[in-house]
Design a binder for this molecule. Sequence first.
Ligand code: MG
Length: 163
Amino acid sequence: MAADWRIGIGYDIHAVVPDRVLMLGGIEVPADFGLSGHTDGDIVLHAVIDAMLGAAGLPDIGEHFPDDDPAHKGRRSSELLEEALREVNDLGWRISNLDLTIRAEKPKLAEYKNRLRQSLAGLLSLDPERIGVKAKTNEGFDAVGEGRAIACEAALILKRGVE
Ligand code: MG
């Protein structure tokens, strides 16, 4: 099969809530709050899942794991990622690279970027050199800038076949 390449994008935003662990990219980030959500609220993994599913032309995360389905309540997002990755791999797709931007006013994520990259590399069985992680504030603008939410954008390329 000739090589085939597909690009995918994903986005997610969740509200900041007290009394939850802040999960980003599969790691616990120290903070006095977490993110809302039916699962563990890991917006980074949710954005990655959607980018991957989108690139493969599959239904989005909401269709795969409906948030009104009690079966998914409290699940770890890393499990959802594993399932989505398996489905994409079963179609012959491999991730070529992943790039993402996390927008959070706090906590400051700069010191966690490398751990996050390593975590994603492990979850996706991907060379860390193929993963880009950027962390920004939202310069005070909108709900993210006011510290009421954290958001993430992800883009990736899937490859199938050989050149
Ligand atoms: Mg989500």
